[in-house]
Design a protein. Structure first.
Lengths: 333, 451
């Protein structure tokens, strides 16, 4: 008789979805935004994207090999996703060593300290970005003008400001949104990504293509991105309706800055998000409001990454509150 | 029209119904039949024969004496050799009556003709008594003694009979074949059960991946004479696992939810499998006890697969022999039942019992578990849980043996369908731990009740 029979418990069948498939699926979904980044910001964007991924994978590998002595999972795709997203969250002119510092913080501190894959309470790429913004405020807010000198290896990039930065400065200086409007790129330019900003956040079009891929592949559900953007739009829309001279319209807020990238790729990080649709809606709506609040009231022009990090902190509480409905609970005949 | 199905949760494992088009064949008689005394939920039956007794096909050999138990009848004619422990399909030794087979003499009062008998002469109480006498248990796999489902009180009455022809487990096709081949008898069985349960509505539930079964049921129902099938319908359901589970089936079909710890009768339903329905027809109209059933033998590496009408107590390896097949070389698991909820067994040298709907041979490539990774909190286990539980949380709590928290998180509601483990991209052994939690919580709850 065959003595190699296994007698483990059911189920004996296993679906073919794996962590690797999910993570590399996210990498594929980020491809359009990567291409947009390279199109608008040229060779520097290629460098940032490639280095971001290499740094993050390398940090995870080294930590697992020499410090935690875990099985090496650096190539499961999740470090690659973090590296890509970190790269997407910096301007194209960032010095390579600052990106390395960001990667060490993102993977080494925000992820591996907590036990690695899935154990991190905060989105590692956003922790990396927040650390870099605090440590390198100049480089992190120097925005090369898109398409200018993108492929000119010798020339320095010409810097400009992001639409959100222009808005914040202008309002502070006492101008109205209407007076500032001439300085903003048009909505079509903002939609395709022809504006200053972090390399991966500028093109709403490319991000939407990636988001559609994530939905199609069922890597994410629609709840978080849709409710995050909706909530941001409603929140900023109310202020805009009350005082359109001081507050920009909701479409501007959705297309400008990191809201699109955040809603589709950062807030949807499974490890740092809630476990039920109900919880995800609470998470996303609160995140959208926080983002709007920081943009309209805070001292930073952009609040997307902080809004997500703050909501990450609430996830354990949200999971305790937003339970799935138990089958048969308050069932009526 | 959008087909009905249950919410929440559910998964879509590949159907792999390899034997769906293979007609049922009568399997030959074994040389020796080992008929376990416990083939049902509840207490073991008590032998009423002893070594040396001559028995016929259909002779009562063990009586179900406890409230939850079932009679057992000989499936062969011959001589009782001994009552001894044999390995059963759960991998345990269990006492069985072992009969040396000699010829095939049936009890005279069994009607062996193929005539369809429509007239239902017995009154409801007598029908239920007959179910008990004939050793009828649920043939869907749970093997709950059927007559108990028909014991109603004034405050617990049924209004609907549900016939479960869902067969949502991958690979298994025994019920599918029965619905195609024994349609008329099953429909007469439904009439008997409606009378026994005093209901005037019955729904035969079939998943839409068996359109031929739905069609033949609907045709025959339409051809019924003098409105004899009034109140009976055949309902196709959208394919989703675990739709054959009682709670999910009633939710899908009637939008009724059985509360935690309750039974179908608490929401006015009786649920029986199509195989049970046929057994009831044969018991009532043919005086034939439950001593044979249809068993699927299947697996991707088998050249041929099949459905066999098998006498209870026949060794399972006779099924392979009947196909003319050897055990495929890289077989890694033998499953009693389907791959989602069936039990892995370590030998085919076990007797077929009332609860075995199929034997599935899984190849190494299918059966080996992947190495678990960390939970990435993707929430898919929560989304697919048909009971609205949080498998990721239960797993963690059970792993830490925090049984109080497991109980609070409703671990006892788990129906062990395996959708969570099936889905988990990190290949975590969710259900293994949840079972650990459930067993312990049930034990603690029992202890509390006894105090």
């Amino acid at each position: 008789m065959n003595n190699r029979l296994a007698v483990s418990l059911s189920p004996h069948e296993k679906g073919d979805l794996s962590v690797e498939k999910i993570m590399w699926g996210v990498v594929i979904a980020l491809a359009p935004a990567s291409l947009a980044a390279v199109y608008f910001f040229g060779y520097r964007a290629i460098g940032v994207v490639v280095l971001g991924m290499i740094f993050c994978i390398a940090v995870e590998y080294l930590v697992q090999k020499f410090i935690t002595k875990q099985t090496i999972t650096a190539f499961d795709g999740s470090a690659a996703v973090t590296g890509l997203l970190l790269a997407f969250n910096v301007p194209s002119g960032i010095p390579w060593w600052q990106l390395l510092v960001g990667s060490i913080i993102a993977i080494g501190v925000a992820k591996m300290t907590f036990g690695g894959l899935g154990q991190n309470p905060f989105n590692p790429a956003l922790i990396g970005r927040a650390f870099m913004l605090a440590s390198f405020p100049v480089e992190m807010t120097t925005w090369p003008v898109p398409l200018v000198n993108a492929w000119n290896l010798g020339a320095d990039a010409v810097s400009s400001a992001t639409p959100l930065g222009l808005l914040k400065e202008g309002i502070k200086a006492g101008q109205t949104v209407q007076q500032l409007a001439g300085k903003f790129p048009g909505y079509f330019d903002m939609f395709i990504g022809h504006m200053g900003g972090c390399i991966g956040e500028v093109s709403a079009l490319a991000i939407l293509m990636g988001g559609a891929f994530l939905l199609y592949k069922k890597i994410i559900t629609w709840h978080i991105p849709i409710f995050y953007l909706l909530s941001l739009a409603v929140f900023t829309g109310v202020f805009w309706l009350v005082n359109p001279a001081k507050y920009a319209d909701p479409l501007f807020h959705i297309l400008a800055g990191g809201a699109m990238l955040g809603a589709w790729f950062m807030a949807t990080d499974p490890a740092t998000g809630p476990m039920t649709p109900k919880g995800q809606v609470i998470f996303a709506v609160s995140g959208g409001i926080l983002c709007g609040l920081i943009r309209l009231m805070g001292s930073y022009p952009e609040g997307c990454s902080y809004s997500i990090l703050i909501m990450n902190a609430f996830v354990p509480l949200i999971d305790k509150f937003a339970k799935p409905r138990r089958f048969g609970a308050d069932a009526r005949r | 029209m959008k087909l009905k199905t249950f919410t929440p949760g559910g998964v879509h494992p590949p159907a792999n119904k390899l034997s769906a088009n293979t007609p049922t064949v009568k399997l030959g008689l074994p040389k020796e039949a080992s008929i376990p005394l416990s083939q049902h939920q509840g207490a073991s039956a008590v032998p009423v024969v002893k070594k040396g007794d001559a028995v016929k096909v259909g002779t009562l050999i063990a009586r179900g004496e406890a409230f939850i138990s079932a009679n057992i009848h000989s499936s062969v004619s011959g001589t009782v050799m001994k009552i001894d422990d044999v390995l059963n399909a759960s991998g345990y030794k269990t006492p069985a009556i072992i009969i040396k087979v000699d010829g095939d003499a049936w009890e005279e009062n069994i009607d062996r003709s193929e005539n369809l008998i429509n007239d239902i002469t017995l009154e409801p109480e007598a029908i239920v008594a007959k179910m008990k006498e004939m050793g009828i248990v649920g043939l869907g796999g749970a093997t709950f003694p059927t007559h108990i489902k028909y014991m109603m009180s004034d405050d617990r009455k049924a209004d609907t009979l549900v016939i479960n022809g869902v067969e949502c487990e991958p690979y298994l096709t025994a019920d599918h074949r029965l619905m195609l081949e024994r349609t008329d008898e099953i429909l007469q069985g439904v009439r008997i059960m409606m009378k026994a349960g005093k209901v005037d509505r019955a729904v035969i539930a079939v998943e839409a991946n068996k359109p031929d079964a739905v069609a033949i049921m609907q045709t025959r129902l339409g051809a019924g004479q003098n409105g004899c099938f009034t109140g009976i319908e055949a309902a196709p359901l959208a394919v989703k696992y675990p739709q054959g589970a009682e709670k999910q089936l009633l939710k899908a079909l009637l939008n009724r939810e059985i509360p935690s710890g309750k039974l179908p009768l608490d929401v006015g339903c009786i649920v029986n499998n199509v195989g049970t329905t046929l057994a009831i027809y044969e018991a009532l109209q043919k005086n034939k006890p439950l001593f044979e059933r249809v068993v699927t033998i299947t697996g991707k590496k088998l050249k041929k697969t099949g459905n066999f009408l098998v006498r209870i107590g026949t060794p399972a390896n006779m099924l392979l022999e009947a196909l003319g097949e050897e055990m495929p070389e890289h077989t890694a698991k033998i499953i009693n039942g389907g791959p989602m909820m069936g039990k892995a067994i370590n030998s085919l040298d076990i007797p077929i019992t009332k609860g075995i709907a199929g034997i599935v041979l899984l190849d190494e490539s299918e059966a080996r578990r992947r190495k678990p990774m960390n939970c990435i909190r993707c929430a898919r286990c929560v989304a697919v849980c048909p009971m609205g539980l949080e498998p990721y949380l239960l797993e963690r709590l059970a792993e830490r043996e925090n049984f109080a928290a497991c109980e609070a998180a409703a671990v006892s509601d788990c129906i062990e369908c395996g959708s969570c483990s099936y889905t988990c991209p990190s290949a975590r052994p969710l259900l293994d731990y949840i079972r650990h939690g459930k067993v312990n919580v049930m034990r603690i709850m029992r202890g509390r009740r006894q105090q």
